[in-house]
Design a protein around this ligand. Structure first.
Ligand code: ADA
Length: 639
């Protein structure tokens, strides 16, 4: 060999071994370049963005197994996605990682099977090194969102959007690398103590696992008020490395409630589905950031990620913004009594914990929501579901003994079920689905559960901001009926929150829900396909009146809001004026004349009933001495 050629070969070899030893490289496979059943699509993608939220009855078989998860009113199918893969670097290992595919994915590379994942909400990765050729590699993913008795959830009140709806990555590592595959986790488990000590377990492929211990002196504790995060790069001898963010904080339940860093705290929570507006589940990072900016604006310090784990980016945002997270496994309404279902549910729970355990924001794992809803009568005997859920709970505790296990029940009398979680919370809709009041519900739950403290995992009411009723009828409205006036949502939330705020045994309460969301089997409230219990509309365009109710109660920002601004016309001679204010007494001025001044009540509400209106245009103004002002116009038609 000539000298020049030898040198070139040596250089190429050196470059190769340097590349082989370099830390991992991660390349996004999201965005363009994908086909779905032959059509060009961008990832994140769902094929249900329109039909999953239109409630269209066409082709609608009534959900046999309960609500929108099982509804056939939107496309349920197996679809074939494909895209080219980058050329592999010789000497490296290659992996593909999916942040979330709904709900069963089978991955093939160059026609050869790489792996299968069942479960719509947790990430997974497969090694594809041996399936690759030097160039012209193609990946295919068969994605199936049809109802499947072996995969949780089986039944729930939300649309199960199909598709590769979260990001996809291509990872290349040295031969010995930090494990990107097991349970879809990052390969490094970090446990911290409030004194600054850190214990990390590094899972290694091609070599022995490693443990690291170190200490940060005088760490700042993570909290909603000071969401302090630390970051460490964990490197192994091969050169591979993974960066992990973590925090220092303690969470625990004591006899009298929830404690963060040793300080008792009553959580001001909201529920969020991952339906991020008109894109459905195929959310971009900015959609998720906008949602959490709204959650921060209303002043919540906690979120229940209902009813399943959401994207890694969502947990990152909560870490950064200081929002405590209730993270839930998708065991909703009922279960299948089969080994396949059991192992799927346990796997989804294990993956959730493995993938999210490093996030300081997570304060609890949740083991179920509303079991016994929709259970077929022949399977409703007690015992087997409780045993399965106890197994899931134990799997979560084994993977992470540091966090409590909670659950959301709507069955006070099911003592064995309610004894599965360490801490119990109830879903309650007094005045909406039932005739009770929140206080009546409280006493019922405390008595039936034998618990000294309880959470409220859901409470709320429907509200269409373009439907209005003044005055409201005395009785209850039909929750499945065509009218969900915005005023009823305000009335029920104010009553619920008054009761919640005054009962110290409640460790936290989570509004159902922060945003309206797709529930394609619903036909109610003047809009099909939507669950309209949000504080904000599904398109995020309208903050409903009730948003300002909570903002006035929770936020430090000055709030003065007058309700029913979209009720622009009335045939009545009088109207009700409701306002929310956290800035002192409020004066009502109608058509330029002061009517009176009131101090907001303990939940920041001021109300004037039977305010006279003149025919034609009326201007209603609320004012404070501090200079806040809110205005509403209403046109009174001729009788
Ligand atoms: C249940 C359920 C939620 C939600 C709610 C409702 O409590 O847990 O998923 O759909 O009902 O709006 O009816």
């Amino acid at each position: 060999m000539k000298m020049k050629t030898m040198m070139a070969a040596a250089c190429a070899l050196a470059a190769l071994s340097a590349a082989a030893d370099a830390p991992r490289s991660v390349v996004s496979l999201s965005g363009k370049g994908w086909l779905c059943d032959g059509d060009e699509v961008c990832i994140p993608h769902t094929w249900n963005d329109v039909d999953g939220a239109d409630g269209s009855p066409e082709g609608d078989a009534p959900p046999e197994r309960g609500m929108s998860i099982a509804a056939e009113s939107y496309v349920r199918k197996a679809a074939r996605y494909s895209r080219p893969l980058p050329d592999p670097t010789p000497g490296r290992r290659q992996f593909v990682r999916f942040e979330g595919v709904s709900r069963v994915a089978e991955v093939y590379v160059n026609g050869k099977f790489a792996g299968r994942h069942a479960g719509a909400f947790t990430a997974f990765a497969f090694e594809v090194t041996r399936l690759l050729q030097p160039s012209d590699n193609v990946m295919e993913v068969i994605v199936d969102n049809r109802w499947n008795p072996d995969v949780a959830p089986l039944s729930a009140d939300y649309t199960l959007f199909g598709g590769i709806y979260r990001d996809v990555e291509w990872i290349e590592t040295p031969q010995v690398c930090i494990d990107p595959v097991t349970d879809g986790a990052c390969g490094v488990e970090v446990d911290t103590k409030a004194d600054g000590s850190v214990h990390a377990r590094i899972r290694v492929l091609g070599g022995p696992d490693e443990e690291r211990d170190f200490k940060i002196e005088n760490p700042e504790l993570w909290s909603p008020e000071n969401p302090k995060l630390y970051e460490e790069t964990f490197r192994i001898a091969s050169g591979d490395e993974v960066k992990v963010r973590f925090g220092f904080r303690t969470v625990e339940f004591r006899e009298d409630g929830f404690y963060l860093n040793g300080v008792r705290r009553r959580l001001r929570g909201v529920n969020r589905h991952q339906d991020a507006g008109l894109c459905g589940w195929a959310a971009k990072r900015e959609d998720e950031e906008r949602d959490f900016a709204l959650i921060a604006e209303v002043g919540a310090d906690a979120v229940r990620l209902a009813h399943y784990p959401q994207s890694g980016h969502v947990y990152d945002i909560c870490d950064e913004k200081g929002i405590l997270v209730w993270s839930e496994v998708p065991a909703t309404n009922w279960l299948t009594d089969s080994p396949e279902f059991r192992s799927n549910l346990v796997a989804q729970a294990r993956e959730m914990v493995a993938q999210r355990r490093n996030h300081p924001c997570v304060f609890a794992w949740s083991v179920f929501n509303e079991i016994y809803n929709d259970v077929p009568p022949e399977r409703a005997e007690e015992g087997w579901m409780e045993r399965m859920l106890a197994e899931v709970r134990d799997a979560m505790k084994a993977a992470d003994p540091t966090r409590p296990v909670v659950a959301a029940s709507d069955r006070p009398a099911k003592r064995a079920l309610n004894d599965v979680p360490e801490q119990l919370a109830f879903n309650a809709y007094p005045g909406w689905y039932g005739d009770t009041t929140m206080e009546e519900d409280f006493s019922n739950w405390f008595e039936a559960s034998g618990r000294k403290i309880l959470g409220i995992a859901e409470y709320g009411a429907g509200g269409n901001p373009f439907e209005h009723l003044d005055p409201l009828p005395d009785g209850r409205l039909d929750p499945g009926g065509p009218i969900h006036p915005e005023e009823i949502q305000v009335k029920l939330h104010a009553a619920d929150y008054r009761a919640i705020a005054s009962d110290g045994r409640i460790w936290g309460a989570f509004i159902w829900a922060m945003f309206d969301f797709a529930a394609d089997a619903r036909r109610e409230g003047g809009k099909n396909g939507i669950n309209d219990k949000g504080l904000v509309t599904r398109d995020r365009a309208v903050k409903k009146d009730v948003f300002y109710f909570y903002k006035a109660n929770w936020s430090k920002e000055p709030v003065l809001h007058v309700c029913s601004q979209r009720a622009e016309e009335t045939a009545n001679a009088v109207c009700t004026v409701v306002g929310f204010c956290n800035g002192g007494p409020v004066t009502l001025v109608v058509n330029g004349e002061a009517v009176g001044t009131k101090e907001p009540d303990e939940v920041k509400v001021v109300t004037w009933s039977d305010v006279p209106l003149r025919e034609g245009e009326n201007e209603i103004v609320l004012k404070t001495d501090g200079g806040l002002c809110a205005r509403r116009r209403i046109f009174r038609t001729r009788p």
